[in-house]
Ligand binder design. Structure first.
Ligand SMILES: Nc1ncnc2c1ncn2[C@@H]1O[C@H](COP(=O)(O)OP(=O)(O)O)[C@@H](O)[C@H]1O
Ligand SMILES: O=P(O)(O)O[C@H]1O[C@H](CO)[C@@H](O[C@H]2O[C@H](CO)[C@@H](O)[C@H](O)[C@H]2O)[C@H](O)[C@H]1O
Length: 470
């Protein structure tokens, strides 16, 4: 097997690869840097792999490789293939994020940058002042569902290696930098980032980000699932009567998001969308729906119903926009002993970077959280139904409890975020962003978790029914 074929197999099986379900080939593979500290025994290089789609613009994915002259048994699961080394001899290429030795080179390079910047080849390691890195810490690759690869260094720092990369600023880095310098309580502090000057486009590509490791963090999605399981275990009680009620946390999350939006509005440009721009936004949402129908044909059933939602959006004017998170859901929140933290400001992975950097409505983030409050109980219910333990009566009771949980937490979150009732404009924005997110989710689920596709489809069903004048 050629190295290119081996690369295709490896990338196709990776969770972080966003091109699943599309026709693609490995295009040019470009080596953009070699980590300082590389030598004869281990050389760590960064490759940019072009993903060439049929009839569409290519994507570029980062693949850091640990190259060894001999096979490494401990890394068997991360072997990609063999290729010719610089001296013409065959070397074994492993996905470097799995390798502690390789990750040590990243950490030491960041440490050597102290409070400024250090360069090697075209690679530049940047640091934000205020934290001494623990260079003895061992790396552990985070497993689980992620669009990028995150590696913890002990309990000191966490490095996120961006997988899909684009020339220019990655909002995850720029937003964390601004919020860190502003002293925000709601993010993990940024410690540094790695970028490279790409010779072919003569622009900078951000490759990785180093930040504070949140030692006491529990994933918001996991907490929500635990709360739902508690409720389901006592299915004849209401949410407020059960121990694991989430409403207090939902309200704290609402406040954390409101404060984060306020800080972002202070430090990034704020704008106003006029009537023409709102009509264009509604058209873009309609376009997204039409494109999504190509992937998930069941969506066609909601097209007519969603028109009313998008028409109402198109009729708005003078809508405030600002820097937002862009892909907020419970899995992007962490509960620490010091309150909620929001992570992953990269925006929706499927959108072009240029679009993700534009000011947007904060209601997009609110909608993302509401979608998550809908997902959590439905995912737990799906697993319970799959066990088929209690028959139709129990299924109906759990479905009722699921709706109760979603509505209760959505209410608590919204009341804390908006500090009062929503006006008509806010509700219109919220409905449109909820619809747009559910359309995006339907495509995301069809490609990544087909058994979950019904969750967003059901939400669209409810939404389009509630707007249908008939
Ligand atoms: N600073 C942090 N400290 C500890 N864990 C974190 C931190 N940031 C993120 N995580 C964990 O890593 C996971 C992936 O992070 P995220 O930024 O969402 O990556 P991705 O871009 O791959 O989705 C999160 O769900 C969270 O559990
Ligand atoms: O990889 P990212 O975290 O950037 O986000 C993508 O994956 C998410 C799934 O992990 C997906 O979120 C959807 O599923 C969540 C449950 O796993 C649910 O809480 C969210 O509400 C739902 O949107 C997200 O949309 C996608 O961009």
């Amino acid at each position: 097997m050629t190295f290119t074929d081996a690369l295709k197999d490896y990338i196709d099986g990776a969770r972080w690869f966003g091109g699943k379900g599309r026709e693609w080939q490995v295009g040019a593979v470009r080596r953009v840097g070699t980590l300082p500290g590389s030598g004869d025994g281990l050389s760590v290089v960064i490759e940019l792999v072009e993903i060439a789609y049929t009839g569409a613009e290519p994507d570029y994915y980062q693949l850091p490789l640990a190259l060894y002259p001999d096979q490494q048994e401990r890394l068997g699961h991360a072997l990609i293939g063999t290729l010719d080394g610089e001296d013409g001899r065959e070397v074994f290429a492993y996905d470097a994020v799995h390798d502690r030795e390789a990750m040590g080179l990243w950490l030491r390079a960041f440490a050597s940058a102290a409070d400024g910047k250090v360069t090697a080849d075209d690679l530049a390691f940047h640091r934000v002042a205020g934290h001494d890195l623990d260079t003895e810490a061992h790396s552990t690759l985070f497993t689980g569902e992620q669009s990028n690869s995150s590696v913890a260094f002990g309990e000191d720092s966490l490095m996120k290696v961006f997988r899909k990369v684009t020339p220019g600023v990655n909002p995850d880095v720029s937003i964390h930098e601004v919020l860190t310098r502003a002293g925000s309580d709601h993010v993990a502090a940024l410690y540094g980032w790695l970028d490279v000057v790409d010779e072919t486009t003569d622009s900078t590509i951000q490759l990785a980000m180093l930040q504070q490791f949140l030692r006491t963090a529990t994933d918001g999605w996991e907490l929500a699932l635990a709360s739902v399981r508690n409720l389901f275990a006592e299915a004849d009680l209401h949410a407020e009567e059960v121990g694991g009620d989430f409403a207090g946390e939902a309200a704290r999350l609402g406040r954390a998001l409101a404060e984060t939006h306020a800080t972002l509005a202070e430090h990034f440009p704020v704008g106003v969308r006029d009537a023409e721009e709102m009509a264009a936004l509604a058209d873009a949402m309609r376009g997204r729906l039409r494109a999504a129908i190509e992937v998930v044909p069941q969506l066609a059933a909601y097209e007519a119903g969603l028109d009313a939602t998008y028409d109402a959006l198109a009729a708005l004017t003078d809508v405030t926009v600002q820097q937002v998170h862009g892909d907020l859901h419970l899995g992007q929140t962490l509960r620490t002993v010091r309150g909620w933290k929001i992570v992953d400001f990269e925006g929706e992975p499927a959108k072009p970077l240029s679009e993700r950097l534009l000011p947007d409505s904060p209601w997009r983030d609110v909608a993302g959280m509401l979608r998550s409050f809908d997902y959590a109980p439905r995912v737990v219910a799906m697993t319970s139904f799959a066990l088929d333990a209690g028959g139709d009566d129990q299924e109906a009771q759990l479905a009722y409890r699921a709706t109760e949980w979603s509505e209760r937490n959505a209410r608590a979150f919204l009341a804390a975020y908006a500090d009062g009732d929503l006006g008509e404009t806010e509700q219109t924005l919220l409905d449109a962003y909820v619809a747009d997110k559910a359309v995006y989710e339907a495509v995301y689920e069809a490609r990544n978790r087909p058994t979950w596709v019904q969750v967003p489809l059901d939400a669209l069903d409810r939404l389009s029914e509630s707007k249908d004048p008939a």
